[in-house]
Design a protein around this ligand. Structure first.
Ligand code: ZN
Length: 189
């Protein structure tokens, strides 16, 4: 299987949220129906235990899954959608690194200003804010699922300074990392 940028839990969260921004980055395959979907599919949600994730359609099809008639994952993307997907893919795979708009532009092979304009038109956010969101989602996940300190989470998710990490975390999650972790502590039975 190709390298996945997301854990099962993260992908499941995107599926439950019908998050269109992740379309094309992975596919949801349902073992009981033998159908595969985009993360954003609006069909009834499968049971979590019946789901497998694939990073490409070819893998899902090789395992005997067929494309969903409703979300039509095999439909081609427009060139602008494709560009936005490629940027998302790059950011999701490299969020731990320090990434500039120029780095993304070099990777995609377009000018920074053109890239930023098309990305914003397709996703309503800039590559910078998208990268921040990916990092904060990863940080939230680590705060919930690991014992890493706040500082470790900060550097693990690609932030260069703790103050910037705390500021952006609070902006996107409305809590400090510490508060967020306390709020999401597993309920002890
Ligand atoms: Zn579907």
């Amino acid at each position: 299987m190709e390298k996945m940028c997301f854990s099962f839990e993260e992908m499941w969260e995107k599926v439950m949220a019908c998050d269109r921004k992740y379309d094309g980055l992975f596919y949801t395959a349902v073992k009981t129906t033998k159908i595969y979907c985009r993360p954003s599919c609006r069909s009834r949600k499968p049971k979590k235990s019946n789901v497998e994730f694939y990073s490409t359609m070819a893998e899902a099809e090789a395992k005997g899954f067929r494309a969903c008639k409703r979300c039509q994952p095999e439909t081609e993307y427009s060139p602008d959608e494709e560009l936005a997907r490629n940027v998302m893919d790059y950011l999701s795979a490299n969020y731990r690194e320090s990434i500039s708009l120029q780095d993304i532009a070099d990777h995609i092979g377009m000018s920074p200003s053109y890239l930023e304009r098309v990305f914003k038109q397709e996703t309503s956010e800039t590559p910078r804010s998208c990268l921040e969101r990916i990092r904060i989602d990863k940080a939230a996940h680590l705060l919930k699922q690991s014992n890493l300190s706040n500082l470790d989470v900060c550097f693990e998710t690609g932030f260069q300074s703790p103050s910037n990490f705390y500021k952006i975390f609070r902006k996107l999650k409305a809590h400090s990392p510490h508060e967020f972790r306390k709020l999401n502590e597993p309920v002890s039975s």
